[in-house]
Design a protein around this ligand. Structure first.
Ligand SMILES: [Mg+2]
Length: 342
């Protein structure tokens, strides 16, 4: 908040320890004990100065850093009366199309979910795999058949992706890749354990699908290493992995220099954090986005208001900042948040 009361809002998912090591308690502790006190009195528009202070004083903790970065970005937009995408060079698209994730389920539910997404306008379906091989094949086959029997009202190609979240060994993943080839699966995300860069590389060289690193790619250094080792066709980039727009942009730039495809995604956060990645998505050359997962946070209970899924994606507004209004009545305060002055 500035002296005149202009307020920027940030959001980060608390239980992201499986990606960044951050827990809710740790994020709150870093924010209240260190990050917020460091920023009092600083010029919120001078992001270079703020980022250099944060990087010098705090190692890691990209979750807490994201919460601050998103809030500062929102604040800067409100101060300058510009949408955030205009602060970073302007948008190249007004609509951010999203993939839709199909969760683990039985065949009937899988088909119903796929059909529902197609009817809602989604044109990329990403199936979570890593059950038994037979069940994975049956579910992917069911989604392919649902796609093939669906009459679109547009001429957009419907793509089928899978995400194994590191479930397989490399040779097992290649077996699955050959099975999925029958169903025209275009993208295989994190087929092997996050530490198995050689396995990713083996698949990149031998699998029919585009191989995407998600859990293997958590930092600028990871994007660089994966590119240098030619270990994946694509990387899945998320704000929380970077901790700031500045670092996320660096990850995007490295992927582009390496001629890698990239997906900009999110971590099932609410609408405010989603708006941050949407504002980035509006400006990039890439065209793969996963920005629909905020649907898991009900609109009624989400303090962030202002974005809605339509036609399988999100249309951008032109409000200053992130374009999200925060309903303070829906914020819940934990007792260890008492140091915050909302
Ligand atoms: Mg993934």
């Amino acid at each position: 908040m500035t002296d005149d009361g202009t307020t920027g809002w940030g959001e980060v998912r608390g239980n992201c320890e499986y990606v960044t090591g951050d827990t809710s308690e740790r994020i709150i502790s870093i924010l209240s004990g260190k990050l917020c006190p460091l920023l009092i009195g600083k010029n919120p528009i001078n992001r270079n100065e703020i980022n250099s202070v944060i990087e010098k004083e705090i190692i890691g903790n990209s979750g807490a850093k994201m919460a601050i970065d998103v809030a500062l970005w929102d604040l800067e937009g409100k101060i300058l009366n510009l949408p955030c995408y205009d602060l970073i060079g302007g948008k190249v698209r007004n609509f951010i199309p999203s993939d839709a994730n199909i969760a683990f389920n039985d065949i009937e539910h899988t088909i119903n979910e796929a059909r529902e997404y197609l009817e809602k306008g989604f044109r990329t379906l990403k199936v979570r795999v890593g059950m038994s091989h037979e069940m994975d094949e049956a579910r992917v086959a069911a989604v392919r058949s649902t796609i093939n029997s669906f009459n679109t009202n547009d001429d957009k190609k419907i793509s089928l992706f899978v995400d194994a979240n590191g479930k397989w060994k490399a040779k097992e993943a290649l077996i699955m890749s050959n099975i999925f080839k029958k169903y025209d699966v275009a993208w295989m995300e994190q087929p092997v354990d996050e530490t198995d860069i050689e396995g990713l590389k083996f698949l990149k060289n031998n699998a029919d699908q585009e191989i995407c690193a998600d859990e293997s790619c958590k930092s600028i250094k990871d994007v660089h290493e994966i590119g240098k080792n030619n270990a994946a066709d694509a990387v899945h980039l998320k704000y929380i992995k970077a901790g700031s727009y500045e670092k996320l942009k660096a990850m995007i730039d490295i992927a582009e220099v390496n001629h890698q495809d990239y997906m900009l995604g999110q971590m099932d956060e609410g609408r405010l954090a989603t708006a941050a990645i949407l504002n980035v998505a509006a400006t990039v050359k890439g065209n793969k986005f996963e920005v629909s997962c905020f649907k898991h946070v009900s609109e009624k209970n989400d303090p962030g208001k202002g974005i809605r899924l339509k036609d399988g994606g999100i249309y951008l507004g032109n409000s200053p900042g992130l374009g999200i209004c925060v309903d303070k009545s829906l914020l819940k305060f934990e007792k260890n948040c008492k140091n915050f002055n909302y």
